[in-house]
Design a protein around this ligand. Structure first.
Ligand SMILES: Cc1cc2nc3c(=O)[nH]c(=O)nc-3n(C[C@H](O)[C@H](O)[C@H](O)COP(=O)(O)O)c2cc1C
Length: 398
């Protein structure tokens, strides 16, 4: 966040007192913070507090001739690298969802090209209300990113979802949304993750044990290294890392189609997904009934995503993953050559190893005979080490 411009919008909720702390936490991370208060927010926390903490005069009105003469609202909207609204009241979310521009903060949200992020805070009934949920769905669909709310004790004495996240959590998430400055700054990368599901009939499928944890960790590490990350994910139960765009898919064929659609302009493809090698030859259109003692499924090969991308023109730097139960290095080296990859990260799989674990160990091989052993560590640490190796070996931006 160092040197980044964060426009912190504070709206009228009890949690506004936490926003003072948030200014400090954003500042700790090197951000320049400009606070904008709504009229209701001023009822909760004084502008003087925010001015002292941010070192900048607070803005709170569209109709302020002095402020407009210095930095007009459109310039302020352009100044922001990130618009962060914390707390975001139910009323503010409603105004944002319908595109109102009748106060300074709403107007800035409409006028900015920066990502807009909101940390909702309200009574749990207000949060659960169908109107609020419809507004939230509209905003998310338009690309507004929500942080929280958390579940827990509320200022009204009740319990439930609606608490604003703590200031430190919001600052950390906002930081990762902005992305680090690193070797992949300004470069687009694709990461595939998770298992695929190959349908047998409307209720059954063939799949595997991949949890997606390694791929999600790689996506997060690439984002931290400055990349614009597109994560193409099979069905998993993981939160999408902040700042990463995720496209959900089910089958190997869908994953291939999305990879091909997203590929143009990508510098790197990291294929961690455990894509099914085989799919049922035919998919029954009705549930297969339990009639016979034995049932034989006929399977056919799926299209190999890595080999297809590697054979294409203008191919990116391709990093494959190999999950092997034996002769790991030999199988991985063979896959590197056979599929014409640039790098391969191999891990041993089997009972209690790699799949659905919190940690893992990787053997990384690359063209020309290079190798590196990454010792057993949490997947986030391994992902950061792998991203450093990719940065060292993939061609620099032309
Ligand atoms: C004491 C008090 C506490 C409030 N707390 C919240 C809250 O936590 N969340 C919320 O969405 N609205 C809360 N409200 C209602 C908002 O302040 C009200 O909807 C206001 O119009 C919000 O305006 P704004 O979104 O422009 O800041 C509260 C109101 C009062 C009087």
């Amino acid at each position: 966040m160092r040197g980044k411009h964060v426009l912190l919008g504070v709206t009228g909720g009890i949690a506004a007192y936490k926003s003072a702390e948030l200014v400090r936490r954003l500042g700790d991370r090197g951000a320049e913070v400009q606070v904008v208060l709504t009229a209701a927010a001023r009822e909760f926390v004084g502008a003087t507090t925010f001015q002292a903490l941010s070192g900048r005069p607070v803005r709170d009105s569209l109709w302020d001739p002095a402020a407009e003469a210095a930095m007009g609202h459109i310039e302020l909207a352009r100044w922001a690298d990130l618009v962060l609204i914390a707390p975001a009241s139910a009323d503010f979310l409603a105004r944002l969802a319908v595109g109102r521009a009748d106060d300074l903060l709403c107007t800035l949200c409409l006028a900015t090209a920066a990502p807009v992020v909101a940390a909702p805070a309200m009574n749990h009934q207000m949060w659960a209300n169908a109107a609020t949920q419809a507004n939230v769905a509209t905003l998310v669909q338009r690309g507004v990113r929500l942080l929280g709310p958390a579940v827990g004790d509320q200022a009204c004495g009740e319990q439930g979802p609606g608490r604003m996240l703590e200031a430190a959590e919001i600052a950390e998430l906002a930081d990762s949304l902005l992305g680090g400055v690193g070797p992949f700054s300004g470069r687009r990368v694709l990461v595939t993750a998770g298992p695929t599901r190959e349908p047998i009939d409307p209720v059954r499928f063939v799949s595997n044990r991949s949890s997606g944890k390694m791929g999600y960790a790689v996506a997060q590490a690439l984002r931290a290294a400055g990349a614009e990350v597109v994560l193409i994910s099979g069905p998993v139960a993981l939160p999408v890392p902040a700042g990463v765009r995720c496209v959900g898919v089910e089958s190997a064929a869908q994953m291939l189609a999305v990879v091909q659609r997203e590929l143009p302009g990508c510098a790197v493809l990291v294929a961690t997904a455990a894509v099914a090698d085989y799919r049922p030859v035919s998919v029954a259109d009705r549930k297969i009934k339990k009639k016979t003692e034995q049932l034989t499924l006929e399977l056919t090969r799926t299209t190999d995503i890595l080999a297809t991308v590697a054979a294409g023109a203008n191919r990116p730097f391709i990093v494959g993953f190999a999950a092997e139960t034996d002769a790991v290095e030999q199988h991985a080296r063979d896959k590197l050559e056979r599929k014409n990859l640039d790098m391969i990260a191999a891990n041993e799989v089997g009972t209690g190893k790699a799949f659905d674990c919190e940690d893992n160990a990787l053997l990384v091989l690359w063209r020309g005979g290079g190798r590196a052993e990454l010792a057993r560590a949490p997947k986030a640490e391994l992902a950061a080490a792998l991203v450093a190796l990719i940065a060292a070996h993939c061609p620099a931006k032309s």
